[in-house]
Ligand binder design. Structure first.
Ligand code: AMP
Length: 511
């Protein structure tokens, strides 16, 4: 251990695995993952399996800094594989199982992994695009060539030494326009954020987490999994979100992390009530804006006040509503310990309280840059270290951060700026509206025109575009009022529950 390194328990320790391991329960037979089908994995299993997988990676020639690309379904073994990569000093690169062969081809070409792990059924397809990489398979039932080949190997001892600034993972941004960028996250980025969240959310010895999130995204892979590992307690593991299963498991859990869609789906289920949540300590929401209506309905139904936080692939988590203070609907709370935030104009000049601009973030959580894209990195990280998030925001007089929209979602109509969130909030207040999305579409005169897409309740099928427009006119400046309103059964969302505005822009481009 080099002299400047801090002891285990600090994000500067070096390999993130050592930090996590220093929090494992002394009794390694303690449960780490429990599934509904009765499968149970202890902390001892975690150490053994990740140690054997790390041995196999080494045998395949993986050395520190090599990439391991993983496109598999959610399973406990996928978590062990992530931990094996940390232990081997490799860079873990998770890929959404929904990506097509062409999309995966781009990621593999860009990242040049040494090993690709895929679903058994995709082996042929991935083999065609994997170049020189070793292709291994991993199934949801714990089968596949990776576990089979690792079965009789001797686990490695400990882990490969890493510096805090070594890259631990690449997460490709979920951006739906332009080329996806590989955000390089270091051991320090992940470790510091894990420690901050574990403390901010008051994790303690009784906290069992209900894990229903995917494992290819920062939320399920890092936020949820690291909090459990730092806590040395168990998670109840669902292959995917399913309201029925969540309702069955909540009485055994204490903490749940979800995207807003989880909460709206639970509220839509007649079996979801205060009794089901009786043992729960905390519900956390993030990855997309939580509607104020959902926040209030959840409180009325269960007595629980959802804690909303805000983060992104490049930074991990930045802000959170307080555990012990007032959690305010429509805000994402205060910066986490060690994280600085400011709202700036386009030139990077800080704005005053209540002024709207783009949120910038600095701290040990902020990534080191985009893989092989120095220009993009330089364009998004200012010389003083602040990362330009692209989220249009405002900080109020009490210090709560409000996310108003994405900079690229900003609509400029006849030279006037329209923040979609403001129009959406106005529409969401109309009787019979469940939720709405507001986008800009090309307009010959104004440059862009405001268009609203609305999901309404079955009882309010007679709600018309004209009445929505009239209601907006009563509250908003004329340039903000939608020129058109469309009704849909569902708003298009990606796997993390984010409304896909690009899709809506394309769909209504010829309006
Ligand atoms: P991703 O990199 O896929 O995690 O997406 C990050 C983006 O999700 C952020 O830049 C925000 O635009 C959005 N986001 C995450 N959490 C929230 C939240 N609590 N409220 C509003 N937007 C959010």
């Amino acid at each position: 251990m080099s002299a400047e390194r801090k002891p285990p328990g600090s994000a500067d320790y070096g390999n993130l695995y050592e930090l996590l391991q220093s929090h494992f329960p002394a009794e390694r037979a303690h449960a780490f993952i429990e599934l509904e089908d009765g499968r149970r994995y202890s902390y001892g299993d975690l150490e053994d399996t990740s140690g054997r997988y790390a041995r196999l990676l080494g045998d395949l020639g993986v050395v520190k800094g090599d990439r391991v690309a993983v496109q598999v379904e959610k399973s406990p073994e996928a978590i062990f594989l992530y931990l094996a990569c940390l232990r081997a000093g490799a860079i873990y690169l998770p890929l959404n199982p929904a990506y097509t062969k062409a999309e995966v081809g781009y990621f593999l070409g860009d990242a040049e992994p040494k090993v690709v792990v895929c679903r058994p059924e995709s082996k042929g397809e991935i083999g065609e695009i994997a170049g020189d990489a070793h292709v291994m398979t991993l199934g949801t039932d714990g089968g596949g060539s990776l576990p089979e080949r690792a079965h009789d190997l001797t686990p490695i001892e400990g882990c490969v030494a890493a510096e805090a600034d070594d890259v631990a993972a690449f997460l490709y941004t979920s951006g739906t326009t332009g080329r996806s960028k590989g955000a390089m996250l270091t051991h320090r980025n992940l470790g510091s954020n894990a420690l901050a969240l574990h403390e901010a959310w008051g994790f303690g010895p009784d906290d069992v987490l209900l894990h229903a999130l995917p494992l290819f995204h920062t939320h399920g892979l890092f936020v949820a999994t690291h909090c459990v590992l730092l806590n040395g307690t168990a998670m109840l593991f669902l292959p995917k979100f399913d309201a029925e299963a969540v309702i069955r498991l909540l009485p055994r859990a204490r903490v749940m992390m979800g995207v807003p869609t989880f909460y709206t789906r639970l509220l839509a289920h007649p079996g979801f009530d205060a009794e089901v949540c009786r043992h729960m300590r905390l519900f956390i929401s993030g990855s997309a804006p939580l509607l104020e209506e959902t926040f209030h309905e959840f409180k009325a139904r269960t007595g629980h006040i959802i804690l909303e936080r805000y983060g992104m692939t490049e930074t991990g988590m930045n802000t959170s509503n307080p555990l012990n203070g007032e959690r305010i609907a429509g805000t994402v709370g205060f910066p986490l310990p060690g994280v600085e935030v400011r709202v700036c104009d386009d030139a990077g000049r800080p704005l005053a309280t209540d002024e709207i601009g783009v949120l910038e973030v600095r701290g040990p959580n902020v990534f080191t840059g985009y893989w092989r894209m120095p220009e993009k990195t330089a364009a998004e990280i200012r010389p003083d270290g602040f990362f330009i998030t692209g989220d249009v925001s405002m900080i109020d007089a009490r210090g709560y951060v409000h996310i108003v929209g994405r900079a690229k979602d900003l609509i400029i109509c006849g030279g006037f700026n329209v923040y979609p969130k403001e129009v959406e909030l106005c529409i969401d207040r109309i009787e019979g509206v469940i939720e709405s999305a507001v986008v800009g579409v090309p307009h010959p005169d104004f440059g862009e025109a405001v268009v609203a897409v609305i999901k309404r309740t079955p009882e309010c099928r007679d709600l018309t575009a004209e009445s929505v427009i009239a209601a907006c006119k009563a509250e908003l400046a004329n340039f903000k009022v939608p020129k058109q309103a469309h009704f849909v059964d569902e708003l298009p969302r990606n796997a993390m529950g984010k409304v896909q505005k690009n899709e809506l822009r394309e769909r209504y481009a010829s309006d």
